[in-house]
Ligand binder design. Structure first.
Ligand code: HEC
Length: 130
């Protein structure tokens, strides 16, 4: 008796999956990587905390919604209401990612331990991304 064999297609898919994800993250990080000189301090923080891996600043679609044009926009939520993105919404979204889930959300945003002051700085940065 031979051991259990995997169909070649699924083994190949398993091998490709991590590489594909890694490549996607690299591309997304690269998209947000403007020269550090003159960059908003919140941009630096967004990179350091890994936010930029999921959120672009230029409109590109990532794992999370782009931050470009986010401030002031309207987001339909899963609870049936629509929210206009203001400063409070941005702060709450970062500190309590499970709150206010958007209708078109693809995956839950991970919980983070970003200190209040840094949250405020990142929100300042998001607001500049018109
Ligand atoms: C693994 C990917 C991922 C990472 C890392 C991530 N986010 Fe998110 N983020 C998401 C997703 C997905 C949503 C949409 C969640 C929802 O609809 O409630 C989201 C939503 C948001 C929102 C609300 C915008 C909206 O349209 O709902 C803000 C603000 C935000 N993230 C900021 C941050 C900050 C700041 C960090 C870093 C500390 C961060 N995110 C890290 C995936 C991520």
């Amino acid at each position: 008796m031979r051991g259990v064999t995997h169909p070649p297609i699924s083994r190949r898919a398993l091998q490709l999956l991590p590489a594909g994800l890694a490549a996607a993250v690299v591309v997304l990080v690269a998209c947000g990587a403007d020269p550090d000189t003159g960059a908003h301090p919140g941009q630096r923080l967004a990179k350091d905390y890994g936010c930029a891996a999921c959120h672009s600043s230029n409109g590109d679609v990532g794992l999370g919604p782009t931050w470009k044009g986010l401030y002031g926009s309207q987001i339909p939520l899963q609870d049936g209401t629509t929210v206009t993105v203001d400063r409070d919404f941005l702060v709450r979204s970062i500190k309590d990612p499970a709150a206010d889930v958007a209708v078109d959300n693809k995956l839950p945003m991970p919980v983070n331990n970003v200190p209040d002051a840094d949250v405020q700085t990142i929100v300042d940065y998001i607001i500049t991304l018109k």
